[in-house]
Ligand binder design. Structure first.
Ligand code: UDP
Length: 426
């Protein structure tokens, strides 16, 4: 690397959702947490960071100075209240607003998050003559392959856009070796780098919980708590979580402590009406377990950490999952996770270089199978304690610092490659 290649300024593109938004509802989830951590990490290493996102509803300034060297720019693109499903028709407006922005023109490299940002990024890549790095966060082909009942397949436009981006981006960042292999094998991508997301161990750890969690979780001191955390979408299977509690209630021994399900998160995406809290409550009533299910609005990471610690086990009955930050955060708090054996959850929770993860992967998407997997963690303190040890060890392998370091390496390589292409006059 010569000094000409030194990275000074990067543009992060997150069209449909802002790192400033509270994760756990609407369109805000793991992507927001990822962009937020990478942006802060880069800024703290001395890189100027500009995040470009769509102007949300409400009175927000055009630019928010988040910390020294980190700015979030709000780009006008369609009505602020437009739903994510309508955003494809506003991508041209976003591209025009961003490509003319002085901060984009000063960027040496763009890193786009999700397919809509990649679509914008591909155009900006040629207009600005700078490399494009892409993180998909989810791939439509993988999501469509294991759709939740009632969920809509991802549209042809997204499939086509992801295919183009996979081939034309200067670098692609995949969160797991499995996703990288899929991108290479099924989509013809060649410049794929595995960069694992991280977890903030200063927040998610086993420090003593706070007393307020007991009131929030309810059910008395003896109750066993199964925790579900995430956006309430069919893809995440919150309805399966309710069915699992009903299956547990039917199979637990008569003298066992009462078991409760606590659901943390808010309505999201096209599943907003299908698995929102009233619909889940109605399902719980129909199954005779309404008094065993509680709903909490989205929480900050500090509050979530206390909830993970207070829970006996975290349940993730997802139909698909690109990574699954929740599984990592819960393990960092020493809480075992029971999750579907899909996507990134295999990497976060399954065996890794000889280490078992802190929990159980369940092959069938079946409430009885999830209930069976949960039982040992709820009833056998020795099993739970052993899983907690494995969980903490697994989480220790991940950190946002490592994510940022590796991401910087990808940027530097992409910049070097791009300069080499320019020098050759290509
Ligand atoms: N989250 C949060 N508050 C909530 C619920 C979720 O901050 O009330 C965060 C959670 O801590 C995690 C992210 O949202 O960091 C969800 O990421 P994950 O990869 O599990 O799912 P995604 O949203 O990407 O599908």
């Amino acid at each position: 690397m010569t000094d000409d290649h030194a990275l000074r300024r990067v543009g992060l593109v997150a069209v449909h959702t802002s790192p400033l938004a509270q994760a756990g509802t609407g369109d805000a989830g793991g992507l927001n947490v990822y962009v937020d951590n990478v942006a802060h990490g880069l800024a703290r290493r001395g890189v100027e960071v500009d995040v470009f996102t769509r102007r949300p509803a409400g009175d927000v300034p055009s630019t928010v100075e988040v910390e020294p060297r980190l700015r979030v720019h709000h780009i006008e693109a369609g009505p602020p209240e437009a739903d994510k499903s309508e955003l494809a028709s506003h991508l041209c407006a976003f591209y025009l607003g961003m490509a003319d922005h002085p901060a984009a023109r000063a960027s040496q490299i763009l890193h786009a998050h999700y397919w809509m940002s990649g679509w914008v990024g591909l155009r900006a890549q040629s207009r600005l003559g700078i490399p494009l790095v892409q993180t998909f966060h989810t791939l439509a082909r993988q999501k469509n392959a294991t759709l939740a009942p009632g969920d809509n397949p991802e549209p042809a436009l997204r499939l086509a856009a992801e295919q183009r981006i996979a081939v034309h981006a200067d670098a692609i960042v995949a969160p797991t070796p499995d996703e990288a292999a899929f991108l290479r094998r099924e989509m013809g991508a060649s410049r794929v780098h595995v960069v694992e997301p991280g977890v903030d161990l200063s927040t998610f750890n086993t420090a003593a919980g706070r007393s307020w969690t007991a009131d929030l979780l309810g059910g008395g001191r003896d109750a066993r708590v199964v925790l579900f955390v995430g956006r309430l979408q069919p893809l995440k299977g919150p309805d399966t979580a309710v069915r699992t509690i009903a299956a547990l209630a039917a199979t637990m021994p008569a003298d066992a402590p009462p078991v409760r399900l606590v659901v943390v998160g808010g309505p999201s995406g096209n599943g907003a009406g299908v698995v929102d809290p009233p619909a889940l409550q109605a399902l719980a009533e129909q199954l005779g377990v309404a008094d065993r299910v509680a709903f909490l609005s989205p929480r900050s990471h500090e509050q979530l950490a206390a909830l993970y610690r207070a829970a006996d086990v975290v349940l993730m009955p997802s139909h698909s999952e690109s990574f699954g930050l929740v599984a990592l955060e819960a393990q960092a708090c020493g809480t075992p996770v029971v999750a579907t054996d899909v996507g990134g959850l295999r990497h976060v929770l399954g065996p890794l270089e000889g280490d078992p993860g802190g929990g159980t992967l369940v092959a069938e998407h079946d409430p009885n199978a999830f209930a069976k997997a949960l039982l040992p963690y709820l009833l056998d303190p020795a099993v739970r304690a052993e899983a907690a040890e494995h969980a903490i060890r697994r989480a220790d392998r991940f950190s946002w610092d490592a994510t940022v370091e590796r991401t910087l390496g990808v940027y530097e390589q992409a910049l070097g490659l791009r300069d080499a292409v320019v020098q050759r006059g290509a």
